[in-house]
Ligand binder design. Structure first.
Ligand code: ADP
Ligand code: ZN
Length: 291
């Protein structure tokens, strides 16, 4: 049996998994995100219980994904002070002695969904999470989308709705998409946690407006074959038809799209999209090393 390791590194927890050569998760461990050294002290022994060949990591960001850069594999300018400029990947490589592949949490989720989830059989997709923050990753022609850095599609500018005077919660941009439509933005605007606002139609009409604006930009710029929407806020299933309707309204038949109920969908892998993608990255890394 051949084993690989996977980590979905989030702001509140690190989800760790061991997978087999079929990309199936065989064991999992979740640990809280604390001081980096404390977090690593807990996860290293877990990965040492199996003879893993490589590790894949999908991480919160911003992160440096530029191979050859002196900061490659570092967490960059995060508000989580203890993690700022932490050399996550170099540390994991050093302590585990295996090659490590690295991308954003949402890029990993997009890869997981394309390979084993809701976008199987396609060569492009976008995965967006609407949770504590908003982030989106993309696969283009079967490859993770990295550029000078990595996309940060959660921070795009959207048009403030005429009825909405909320200033937004993004520490960097105020009223960017994340500032206006993340879980904390909903809670601050309406005075209650998002999950307690399920019955209030105005909440979800406004939320769908902002998210549809974002999907319009993504559609126009990347032309993905499918958009997968996950994260805590998307548990409000009533958002899906509202977003599809608003997207159709904004695009106004200008571009050709697949039927909208197959274009905008829930994750096929539930909350395992990121971990599955990280595992696939580990397998790919090992295959590349062996060539
Ligand atoms: P994270 O983004 O921290 O990884 P989640 O994707 O679970 O975690 O997102 C957490 C956010 O989602 C919180 O702001 C929370 O209020 C919101 N949320 C969680 N569950 C629901 C729900 N059922 N309905 C609406 N919002 C929810
Ligand atoms: Zn922002």
């Amino acid at each position: 049996m051949v084993y690989y390791g996977a980590i979905e590194a989030g702001g509140t927890k690190f989800c760790c998994a061991i997978g087999n050569e079929h990309g199936e998760i065989v064991e999992e461990l979740t640990i809280p995100t604390e001081h980096p050294e404390k977090t690593l002290r807990q996860l290293i022994p877990f990965f040492q219980t199996y003879p893993i060949e490589a590790l894949g990591v999908g991480s919160f960001g911003p992160i440096c994904v530029k191979e050859g850069d002196s900061s490659y594999g570092y967490i960059m300018n995060t508000p989580k002070i203890e993690w700022k400029h932490y050399p996550l990947i170099p540390e994991l490589e050093k302590q585990l002695g295996v090659p490590v592949s690295f991308t954003t949490d949402v890029n990993a989720a997009a890869l997981g969904e394309l390979t084993k989830g809701a976008a199987q059989g396609l060569t492009s997709c976008i995965y967006i999470t609407v949770g504590t923050g908003i982030g989106a990753g993309a696969i283009v022609k079967g490859e993770l989308l990295h550029g000078h850095s990595h996309p940060e599609m959660g921070h795009i500018l959207v048009r403030h709705h005429a009825s909405d005077s909320f200033a937004g919660v993004c520490p960097a941009h105020g009223s960017c998409l994340e500032g206006l439509a993340s879980g904390p933005a909903i809670e601050k605007r309406w005075g209650k946690p998002a999950k307690e606002l399920g019955e209030q139609e105005a909440v979800w009409a406004l939320e769908a407006d902002y998210l549809a604006q974002a999907l319009m930009q993504y559609t126009l710029i990347l032309s993905p074959e499918r958009i997968i929407m996950g994260g805590g806020v998307m548990n409000q299933q009533q958002l899906f038809p509202l977003i599809r309707e608003k997207l159709a309204f904004y695009l106004n038949d200008y571009v050709d799209l697949p039927p909208l109920d197959t274009y905008i969908v829930s994750p096929g892998l539930g909350d395992k999209a990121g971990l599955t993608g990280a595992l696939l990255l580990a397998m790919e890394r090992k295959a590349n090393c062996s060539q």
